[in-house]
Ligand binder design. Structure first.
Ligand SMILES: [Zn+2]
Length: 338
């Protein structure tokens, strides 16, 4: 089985060429596609393949760089950016079918348009699904307006990779502080935890139990904080499992659609291994199950999990079987490879 990196990004060549000419691309600047840095997203496909070979990665599941979400822009602009990104990734996969699989980006500010683009990329472009942010201009996915989107993703068998956005889409920490890169260092993980809680406690996971969901960055603080989510949901209040959960705090009925403890949904998600810490990865596996954890490196972002395959293989906290599951078996099964 191939070693598969389930968390990798790419910026379209046409965007990079426009920026190199000193132009904007759909009004986007160098920061949107993260080509303002000397390395990283400026790398060519040839360099990408060389670095995959050098680090023992057979395949990448590539997504557009998250600065291309552009959910806050006029719909036609978001759609045009998404279509170009998605077609670029489809071309990349077509050119290197044994090295790349692809996820697209969607105009999430308009649910019918997002569904239409998802149908297009799953059909004509033969991608595996999409990467989406943790919120859409501040709206979380427990909003009933998004249920048709998740029903469509379930029907299509689409992978949904949850990953905070770049550009104007800030993490929840940004309102408190922008120091020390904490919107990245803490915000990414906090946002992912909010996504888990919104999908679970908002009833999306009950409505669409066959969704194929991937939480980037190890699912953030979800695993570590799951006991507190169970507590606020009423899992320790004596009524479950014989009856519905009875939250200890007043909850308007329409805001509470959960019948099982949040912890019982941990195994309904996949998580990448991008924790940078062997003990944290061990804890994640113990909470969510070894079958749910997959290699994810954040290539070629500055937060790259450096020499990831060797890092996994070196961890004393994992068994050889667990290492093989993370690197090969789990992503292959999730993505129907082999
Ligand atoms: Zn990433």
């Amino acid at each position: 089985m191939p070693v598969i990196d389930t968390h990798a990004h790419v910026s379209p060549d046409r965007y990079k060429e426009a920026i190199a000419r000193g132009e904007r691309w759909y009004d986007l600047d160098a920061v949107a596609g993260e080509v303002h840095r000397p390395l990283g997203f400026n790398k060519s496909t040839a360099t990408r393949l060389e670095e995959m070979d050098a680090t023992g990665i057979d395949m990448q599941l590539v997504t557009p760089t998250v600065g291309f979400y552009q959910y806050d822009k006029p719909l036609d602009q978001t759609q045009a950016v998404a279509r170009e990104c998605n077609e670029f990734i489809a071309e990349l996969v077509d050119q290197h079918p044994t090295r790349f699989m692809g996820l697209g980006t969607l105009p999430m500010q308009d649910v019918p348009a997002a569904i239409a683009e998802l149908e297009h990329i799953m059909g004509s472009l033969r991608l595996r699904g999409a990467i989406i942010s943790d919120h859409v201009n501040g709206v979380t996915y427990d909003d009933p307006a998004y249920l048709p989107f998740f029903q469509a993703a379930e029907r299509l068998g689409a992978v949904l990779h949850f990953h905070q956005g770049g550009g104007g889409v800030q993490t929840v920490v940004h309102a408190r502080t922008t120091k020390y890169s904490l919107p990245n260092g803490i915000g990414n993980l906090a946002d992912r935890t909010i996504t888990f809680a919104s999908l679970v406690m908002g009833g999306v996971m009950d409505a669409c139990p066959d969704l194929k969901l991937l939480l980037a960055h190890g699912g953030g603080y979800t695993a570590y904080g799951i006991g507190r989510l169970d507590k606020v949901a009423g899992a320790f209040e004596g009524s479950w499992p014989d009856g519905p959960l009875t939250p200890p705090f007043p909850q308007p009925a329409e805001q509470y659609r959960l019948r099982r403890p949040p912890s019982s949904y941990l195994g309904a998600f996949r998580y990448d291994c991008c924790t940078y810490d062997g003990d944290a990865l061990r804890f994640l596996i113990d909470k969510v199950g070894i079958d749910q954890v997959m290699l994810g490196t954040d290539y070629p972002a500055p937060m790259l999990l450096i020499d990831s395959v060797n890092w996994i293989k070196s961890l004393t906290q994992l068994t050889p079987t667990e290492k093989a599951a993370i690197l090969e078996a789990n992503p292959s099964r999730f993505l129907d490879v082999g």
